[in-house]
Design a protein around this ligand. Structure first.
Ligand SMILES: [Zn+2]
Ligand SMILES: [Zn+2]
Length: 154
């Protein structure tokens, strides 16, 4: 697809458009490859691995290096959040206005992922900052348990 047209299409998809705007704000280049990656990212309802993303966007000509480079940039600019569900595989999720910082609870049996909107850590974080003198503190926290469906099978 011709470039101008792609960006035009992005305007009709508000989630993708605001993400593109966020990249522009940070003076990051918007290429066709990046646009197809971002398009897949905004459609995800749970964190995605680089491998899964590559399986989808590879067909559109995005190579792994392009995905890694873009993810590094997005992470640096706090536009995506990296999570690890304890299996050592990094998963990524967008952190745009409508998807602010949050946590997950993961079923230890079926790996179902549910979003936890509340974050109780921010106030503790402030306290830690005050006591330690550190600044720009972040945290990673995931919850694990047995989902209602798996409880019935127990
Ligand atoms: Zn389960
Ligand atoms: Zn939190």
């Amino acid at each position: 697809m011709e470039k101008g047209k792609r960006i035009e299409t992005a305007k009709t998809n508000s989630a993708l458009y605001s993400l593109v705007e966020a990249l522009r704000d940070k003076s990051l280049k918007i290429t066709d490859e990046r646009l197809s990656i971002l398009d897949v990212l905004v459609k995800q309802t749970k964190p995605i691995t680089i491998k899964e993303l590559h399986q989808i966007t590879g067909k559109q000509g995005c190579d792994l290096a392009t995905i890694y480079r873009l993810f590094n940039l997005l992470e640096k600019h706090k536009l995506i959040q990296r999570t690890d569900f304890g299996d050592g595989i990094a998963r990524f999720e967008l952190l745009t206005a409508d998807r602010a910082h949050h946590h997950h609870i993961i079923c230890i049996y079926c790996s179902t992922v549910v979003k936890v909107d509340e974050c109780f850590i921010e106030s503790i974080q402030e306290e830690i900052a005050n006591r330690s003198g550190f600044k720009s503190i972040t945290h990673k926290l995931e919850f694990f348990g047995i989902c209602p469906r798996c409880q019935k099978k127990e």
